[in-house]
Structures are given as structure tokens and as C-alpha cells.
Design a protein. Structure first.
Length: 643
């Protein structure tokens, strides 16, 4: 068959590729060019490209898994905008901070050998609450507080990053079953002076390989290597080596089977699901915690207002008592009582103000904001909650007017205690059995606990497999020859012939004489399974207990609300009456002071009952898994019309 001397590869009748017909250096040069092209395409990526590829992969996995387990794909972005509310407050309000790290990673001074010049980079935020005028007092509503917490809370960011990391861990397990390419280029320069004549030379080597692990457990590798050994003495002899080999390893007993081989991959897939469930649970818990703290701070603020009004009232009472004493209409001891109560009221007013400031600063920290930032909460949120109590107060007043015209039963008449009823019950005060069913069906952490039981069962299967004998088939095939030392430089060029190959196989059997470690792992796997089962039972009972307690909290808070509303009505009526009697000289200053004290306590207790009922509603939705929270931290409450 004719050959073309301009071609590097020549076909022969025997199917042989002859390297001798090609100049060795030119043949190796072609090989290196091909290798460098593959290296540039597959292995030569910048750190930025690696990071972006990792982000793309993790986000794709999260979209895939959230779509599977939540019914809709969601995105988790761990890149925080640089212009956060935290930074804006630090800079606009000129708050103290220690270093650039306090403002964000994009403000860090670059260090030597930093891999990405423009990363982390400053990215603007689209959060409308950040569009503030300088020196303007920041006030935000409960809904805005939820958004601020989702954007600034350190715990919230950590939870998102944990989900992201489990997605990357899954990608790493998937990578075990992909094609893995490897390449290597070497240049060896050596000199030998041990013989009669000194010799020196070079060996240039290049190798490209691919390996893959199959779901059955078999592992296949293949590689192609080329060497050029050349003497720099003795006439400059050179020899080209070319060799190819392939191997396969197949487990036949222990470690074989798709369910054993893919167990790490299966667990990584489930870990991503668990992380998503955990994040969803965290969002609900975080939202309820923010709301509870928000309302608690407003409750403290309302307490400051009540204490302030009480303090003003007691100052007026103290002045009145002084005038009455000077006119000889009141004893001096009553004047002293009024002054003592005035001092106690001042102390209570100051204490209420400081408690409010402490609560507000603590709330800022929960949101991830500086505790020394100047901001306030919207009192309208509390006013909306308290507004329905005006209707309740009117109903109580109407009922008392009707009772005033009736006849009071004698003291020795039979007394029947009225148990709390469902009259005036809120929409979430549903039947206990229905509430328990909703909780057991919707609690995501319970699904995780149940999933851990299945994980424990699989662990038993894997541990049992490790107890058996190990039987492995190993096969290899190769052709050609290497020229990896200068001593082979004077040999003929190697030939790569498909019909002249070397084949070998080996079957190894490892008998299970020593399996102490595996035995203990197997026994422990049953212990871990039992623990997983107990964890389900413990969590299930805990969920039931929490839901039942919250239903009782709802009932108690509702009853307390009506009781405290009536207490406010009675206290207001009492203060009014005592003032009239005091003016007529038919009451003592002590009576007025006690009436004012009772009014203050009733007002504080009424506001607390309103807040407690609202928080109990949110906690009930949280612990039944019915509260929905989106990626911005905003909730969608449950509507129980279908119950």
C-alpha cells in the first residue's frame, strides 16, 4: 500500500501504526499540541470561572430539589448585596466600628496573591427600605422587619449557605460517576558518569488518560502515553515510545451491587432534601421569632406610655393632697402616701423606659442590625391589634348597665362556675384532633426524622455487605512500549499495534476471616437505627405536645383578653368614683392611689393579652407547619376555612 510521506500516521495492511515512519520529535510535538489543546479547553480555567461554575451547579441542584420536594422551584442566593441596611446605618448615623470587615467583605483591603481582583465586589441592593434620606429616622413596620431580617440576619445567611454547601457536596458525589480526565507532561534531564564514558540525555513524556466508575461498581481506566528518549552524547541517538493501556476492576461479592456502590450518592441526594426542609423550618421559626419580638417591644413601649400617664396622674394627686392638707381637709399621713406613690411611679416609669430600650436593642441584633443604630418601630402595628378591644369594652359597658338594673343574687345562693367556651373563639382555635393531623402532615422536620430512619435501614444493608468475602476481577490490556529512560534512547522506535497487545486478568478472593471492625460497624448500625426510630417518636410526641399547648395558650390568652378588658373597665370606673368621693370628702387618698395602681396594671395586662393571643396564633401556625414563608422572609398565613 502506498504511503504519503507528508502524513504523520500511516495505515498499513496489518492495521499497524508505525512510529518509525514519522520523525520522533515531530510526532511528539503533534501529541503535545493535542494535549495542550485539551488542557486549555478542559483544565485551564480561571478561579473566577471555577467559582461561577460551582455557583451554577449548586443553584441548579437547589432548583431541582426544591421543585421535587416543595412543589415549586426556588432559588437560594448566597451573594449578599454590599449596600445592606446594616452598612447604611453604620455610615449614615456615624456609628463606631472597628475595621473594614464591619462593613462587608467587598470593603476588605486586598492581600498578596489574591486570586480574583474584583471579587467580592460591591453590588447594590434593591431593597426599598434602603432608600433613606440621610439623618432621617428609620421606622419600619412588621412586614418590613421580616424583610430586613431575611436580608441582614447572620443566622439567616448561615442557613442559606448550609443548603448551598450540601448542594456542592452532592455534586462531588455525582462526580464520582462521571468521566474523569487526567493529563501529565514531563521533561527529564539526566547525566550518567558511572561508566567508562559519560552520557547525558533527555526524556520528554506526555500522557492522557480517562477513568470512569460505573453504577455497578466496575472501574474502567484507559491511558495513552508517548515518550521521546534522546541522547545528547554518543551521536545523539533517539527513540520514540508510544503505549496504550486499559484496565477494568469489577467487584463480584463484597462492595458490589448498585445499592452498595451508590449509597454515598443516595445519602448526598437526601442530605440536600434535608437541608431544604431544615431551611424552610428555619424561615418559619425566624419569622415568628421576629414577629414575637417586634410585638413584645411595642408592648414595652405601650407600658412606657401607661407608666408615663400613671406618673402624671400621681403627680397631680400628690399636688392635690398637699393643697387639701394645707386647707386642713386631709391628714399629713395621706400626703406622705401620695408622695411615696409618686416616687414609685417615677421609678416604674424610668424602669419601663429602660426595659423598652433594652428590648429594642436586642431586637436590632436579631435582625442583624447594629444595636446602637437609631430606629423605631411602628406603633400602628400594636394599635391595629388593640383596636378590637374598643368594641369589647363597649360590649362590657353595655352588659354592666343591664346588670345594674337587675337583682344581685344573695351571697349564699348556689354558685356555678362557667367553663371557658368556644364563643368568640378565633379562626385558629380549631379542634385538637384536626390540629394534630395538620401538624403531623405538614411538619418538615418530622419528614427529615422519618427519612433518617430509612437512612438507618440502608446503613444496616451496607454494613451487612461488608461482612462477606471480597471477590474482585481485574483485567488489563496494553500495547506499545515506553521509552521513559535515556538508556532506551538507542532502541528502535516503539510500535503501536492493535493486533500485538498484551492481555492479563486476575481474580482475587479475600476470605472473611478477620471482620472485627466490620462486625462492630454492623452491630452499631442497628443501634443507630433504633435511635433514629426513637427520634421520630420523640419528635412526634413533642409536636403533639407543642400543638396542644398552643391551642390552650390561645384559649387562655382569649379569656385573659376579655378578663383584662373588664378589669380596665372596672378600674376606670373605680378611679372616676374615687375622685368624686375624694372631692366630697368621703374617700381617702389611699383609695385613689390604689385605684390608679389597679388601672395601670389592668391596662398593661390588656395589651399583653392582645400580644400574647397574636403570638400564639403565629406559633400555632409555625408548629403545625402551616405558615408559609417566601425567599424574602414574608409570610402567608393559614386560612382554616376548610377545617
Amino acid at each position: 500500500m502506498k504511503t504519503d510521506p507528508n502524513k504523520y500516521v500511516v495505515a498499513t495492511d496489518t492495521g499497524m501504526v508505525s512510529a518509525r515512519q514519522v520523525p520522533g520529535s515531530r510526532f511528539l510535538a503533534v501529541f503535545c499540541l493535542v494535549f495542550l489543546a485539551l488542557f486549555t479547553e478542559m483544565g485551564c480555567q480561571s478561579p473566577t470561572k471555577y467559582r461561577l461554575n460551582a455557583d451554577k451547579t449548586a443553584k441548579g441542584i437547589i432548583r431541582e430539589k426544591t421543585g421535587q420536594v416543595l412543589g415549586k422551584s426556588q432559588q437560594i442566593n448566597i451573594e449578599r448585596p454590599s449596600d445592606t441596611l446594616r452598612r447604611r446605618l453604620l455610615l449614615q448615623q456615624d456609628l463606631p466600628y472597628t475595621a473594614e470587615a464591619s462593613l462587608g467583605s467587598d470593603r476588605l483591603p486586598p492581600i498578596e496573591h489574591w486570586p480574583e481582583e474584583n471579587y467580592p465586589q460591591a453590588e447594590p441592593s434593591l431593597d426599598p427600605i434602603l432608600l433613606l434620606e440621610k439623618d432621617k429616622l428609620l421606622k419600619f413596620s412588621l412586614v418590613q422587619a421580616l424583610e430586613v431580617g431575611a436580608a441582614n440576619s447572620f443566622d439567616y445567611q448561615t442557613q442559606k449557605e448550609d443548603v448551598f454547601k450540601t448542594a456542592l457536596a452532592l455534586d462531588l458525589e455525582r462526580n464520582e460517576f462521571r468521566n474523569i480526565f487526567a493529563g501529565q507532561v514531563e521533561n527529564l534531564l539526566s547525566r550518567d558518569t558511572t561508566g567508562d564514558r559519560a552520557s547525558s540525555g533527555t526524556v520528554n513524556s506526555g500522557q492522557i488518560g480517562i477513568s470512569r466508575k460505573l453504577l455497578s461498581g466496575a472501574e474502567i481506566t484507559a491511558a495513552l502515553a508517548m515518550d521521546l528518549a534522546k541522547l545528547m552524547t554518543a551521536g545523539g541517538a533517539s527513540s520514540l515510545g508510544i503505549a496504550g493501556d486499559a484496565t477494568i476492576s469489577i467487584p463480584l461479592l463484597r462492595g458490589s451491587g448498585r445499592h452498595i456502590v451508590t449509597e454515598p450518592l443516595t445519602q448526598a441526594e437526601r442530605d440536600v432534601v434535608y437541608a431544604i426542609y431544615g431551611f424552610e423550618r428555619f424561615k418559619k421559626t425566624f419569622a415568628v421569632d421576629v414577629a414575637a419580638r417586634y410585638l413584645a417591644v411595642l408592648n414595652q413601649l405601650d407600658g412606657v406610655k401607661n407608666s408615663q400617664e400613671n406618673y402624671r396622674s400621681l403627680i397631680a394627686s400628690s399636688r392635690r393632697s398637699r393643697r387639701l392638707a394645707d386647707a386642713g381637709k386631709m391628714r399629713e399621713i395621706e400626703v406622705d402616701q401620695a408622695q411615696q406613690n409618686e416616687l414609685r411611679a417615677r421609678e416604674r416609669w424610668i424602669g419601663a423606659g429602660e426595659s423598652y430600650k433594652k428590648g429594642l436593642d436586642s431586637f436590632k441584633s436579631v435582625l442583624g442590625l447594629p444595636p446602637d443604630a437609631v430606629l423605631e418601630l411602628d406603633r400602628a402595628e400594636l394599635e391595629k391589634l388593640v383596636a378590637p378591644t374598643a368594641k369589647i369594652m363597649k360590649e362590657i359597658a353595655d352588659q354592666e348597665e343591664l346588670k345594674a338594673g337587675g337583682e344581685t343574687p344573695p351571697a349564699d345562693a348556689p354558685i356555678e362556675l362557667v367553663e371557658p367556651s368556644r364563643e368568640n373563639a378565633g379562626p385558629l382555635e380549631i379542634d385538637e384532633s384536626a390540629a394534630l393531623r395538620l401538624a403531623l402532615d405538614n411538619r418538615l422536620d418530622l419528614r427529615v426524622a422519618q427519612g433518617r430512619v430509612y437512612d438507618g435501614q440502608r446503613a444496616v444493608v451496607v454494613a451487612a455487605d461488608a461482612l462477606g468475602a471480597e471477590l474482585t476481577f481485574f483485567g488489563s490490556a496494553g500495547t506499545g512500549a515506553e521509552r521513559n529512560t535515556i538508556s532506551k534512547a538507542d532502541l528502535d522506535d516503539a510500535q503501536f499495534r492493535a493486533d500485538k497487545a498484551r492481555f492479563s486478568s486476575i481474580l482475587t478472593l479475600d476470605l472473611p476471616f478477620e471482620r472485627t471492625r466490620e462486625r462492630n460497624i454492623y452491630r452499631n448500625s442497628f443501634i443507630n437505627l433504633e435511635r433514629a426510630v426513637r427520634n421520630v417518636q420523640i419528635l412526634e410526641d413533642g409536636i403533639k405536645l407543642a400543638v396542644l399547648n398552643e391551642l390552650r395558650d390561645l384559649l387562655q390568652a382569649r379569656e385573659s383578653l376579655y378578663i383584662q378588658a373588664k378589669a380596665v373597665y372596672v378600674a376606670q370606673k373605680r378611679v372616676k368614683s374615687v375622685n368624686m368621693f375624694l372631692e366630697a370628702g368621703r374617700a381617702q387618698m389611699r383609695d385613689l392611689l390604689e385605684a390608679q395602681e389597679a388601672l395601670l396594671e389592668a391596662q398593661n395586662n390588656l395589651t399583653k393579652a392582645v400580644v400574647d393571643y397574636r403570638v400564639a396564633e403565629l406559633q400555632f401556625q409555625r408548629d403545625t407547619g402551616l405558615l408559609k414563608v417566601d425567599e424574602k422572609g414574608l409570610w402567608q398565613e393559614y386560612k382554616p376555612e376548610g377545617i
